[in-house]
Design a protein around this ligand. Structure first.
Ligand SMILES: Cc1ncc(COP(=O)(O)O)c(C=O)c1O
Length: 377
C-alpha cells in the first residue's frame, strides 16, 4: 500500500514513536495527578515534560498554558466556545475546516454571535485587508487556518495577528496542516490561541491534540470536574491547565506526541520542510503538463505545504480515489475534505477534488508511482 493521505493523519509514524507507545502503559500505567506515590509521579513527569516541550516548540514560555485535548477539532471547539460571548462578532475565512465553520455557524444560527466569512483569491489566499475592513466594534475574535487542508496554501497569519493586536482582538490559528512542518512562534505571529492535532505532522498517535493559550486570552470551560487536584473546591479550579483539562488525560497519546515532537526536533524543520517541498514540486511537475489534470491553488511551493488537490477529466474524484485504491493500492483522499465552503467557492462541490498528500516518510519513487497510476486513467 502506498499511503498519500498525510493531510488526514500521518502514516507511518517515526520508529521512536512506536517504541515509546510499545509497553508504555506497562511502564507508566498510573493515573497522573491522582496518586501520591512514585508510580503516578513518573506519569506526571512525562506529561509535564511534554507540556514544556510543546511550549518551547511553539514559543509559549508558560507551559501551564499548554492544554492537552482530544484532537484538532476539540482544541478548536474549546477555543471558540470558551471565548465568544453573546453579541460578539467573529471573523473567519471560507477556507476553514468544518471543525471551525460548524461551531461558528451553529453559534450564528443560535443568535449568539454574528459571523463574517472572508473569501480567498483564485490562488487560495486570504487578503489581510479584508479582515481589517470586516472589523466592527463588536468583533472579539478572528480565527484562521494556517494552511488550507484542500489547497495547501499558507495564509498570512503574522499580518493578520498584527491586525488583531492593533484592534485588541483575539487571534485563533488552526495549525492542523502546518504544525511540525513550518516553525510557528506564537509571539512573533501574535497568536493568542493555537490549535493543533497531535496525529498529523506532529507525528503522534490519534486521540491527542494541543491548545496553547496566550496570556491575552481567558477561556471558560465546557467540561468540568475530574481534575484530580483541588478536590476541596466545589467549582472548577481557575488555574491553567486544570481549568480546561477535565478527566483522566490520554497519557499514552501524550507520551507518543512527545516522541513525535522529539523526532521533529532531531530531524530539524529545514530538512522536513525541504523534503515536503521536493515531493510537492515533483508532483506538480509530473501533473501540470497533463491536459486531463487540473491543479488547484497556487503552484508556488514556497507559499504552500505539500498536499495537492487535483481533478481528472472525465472522472469524478470518488472514481479516481476508488481506482487508485483498488487497482493500485494507493491511498488518496477524494471528496470535500470537511471543507464545504472551499469547494463551493471553487465550484468543485458537491463532487470535490482528489487530494494527494505525501508525508515525511514518502519518497520520490512514491510520487512517480502515483503519477504513473494517474497517467493510466
Ligand atoms: C485544517 C484542519 N483543521 C482541523 C482539522 C481537525 O483535526 P482533527 O481531525 O484532529 O480533529 C483538520 C483535519 O483534517 C484540518 O485539516
Amino acid at each position: 500500500m502506498l499511503y498519500l493521505d498525510n493531510a488526514a493523519t500521518s502514516y507511518p509514524k517515526p520508529e521512536s514513536v512506536y517504541n515509546e507507545l510499545n509497553g508504555y502503559l506497562e511502564r507508566e500505567g498510573a493515573n497522573p495527578g491522582r496518586g501520591n506515590y512514585q508510580f503516578a509521579f513518573q506519569t506526571e513527569k512525562t506529561i509535564e515534560a511534554t507540556r514544556l516541550l510543546a511550549g518551547q516548540f511553539f514559543g509559549m514560555p508558560d507551559h501551564h498554558r499548554v492544554i492537552f485535548t482530544l484532537n484538532g477539532t476539540d482544541s478548536l471547539n474549546i477555543a471558540i466556545k470558551g471565548t465568544v460571548q453573546p453579541g460578539d462578532h467573529v471573523i473567519t475565512s471560507l477556507l476553514e475546516h468544518n471543525s471551525v465553520s460548524r461551531p461558528l455557524k451553529q453559534l450564528e444560527e443560535n443568535q449568539v454571535i454574528t459571523l463574517t466569512q472572508i473569501p480567498f483569491s483564485t490562488e487560495g489566499f486570504v487578503d489581510p485587508n479584508d479582515f481589517r475592513k470586516a472589523i466592527t466594534s463588536r468583533t472579539r475574535l478572528i480565527t484562521l487556518l494556517h494552511a488550507s487542508n484542500v489547497l495547501g496554501t499558507i495564509q498570512p497569519i503574522t499580518e493578520i495577528g498584527k491586525i488583531c493586536r492593533e484592534n485588541n482582538l483575539l487571534f485563533l490559528v488552526d495549525a492542523a496542516q502546518t504544525a511540525g512542518i513550518i516553525p510557528i512562534d506564537m509571539s512573533t505571529s501574535h497568536i493568542d490561541l493555537l490549535a493543533c492535532p497531535g496525529h498529523k505532522s506532529l507525528l503522534g498517535p490519534t486521540g491527542i491534540g494541543l491548545l496553547l493559550i496566550g496570556d491575552r486570552a481567558s477561556l471558560s470551560p465546557w467540561r468540568e470536574g475530574g481534575t484530580g487536584t483541588h478536590s476541596e473546591n466545589p467549582r472548577q479550579p481557575k488555574e491553567l491547565p486544570y481549568l480546561l483539562e477535565s478527566g483522566t488525560p490520554n497519557t499514552l497519546g501524550i507520551a507518543g506526541l512527545r516522541a513525535g515532537m522529539q523526532f521533529i526536533i532531531r530531524e530539524g524543520f529545514d530538512k522536513i520542510r525541504s523534503h515536503d517541498q521536493k515531493l510537492l514540486s515533483q508532483l506538480v511537475t509530473m501533473l501540470v503538463e497533463k491536459k486531463e489534470c487540473q491543479l488547484y491553488g497556487s503552484l508556488d511551493i514556497d507559499q504552500r505545504v505539500g498536499s495537492l488537490a487535483i481533478n481528472w477529466k472525465n472522472y469524478t474524484s470518488s472514481e479516481v480515489g476508488a481506482i487508485l485504491d483498488e487497482s493500485f493500492q494507493i491511498a488518496v483522499r477524494p471528496g470535500l475534505h470537511c471543507a464545504p465552503y472551499v469547494h463551493r467557492y471553487l465550484k468543485t462541490a458537491p463532487e470535490g477534488l482528489i487530494r494527494i498528500s505525501p508525508g515525511y516518510f514518502n519518497t520520490m519513487e512514491d510520487i512517480y508511482e502515483c503519477c504513473e497510476a494517474l497517467y493510466q486513467l
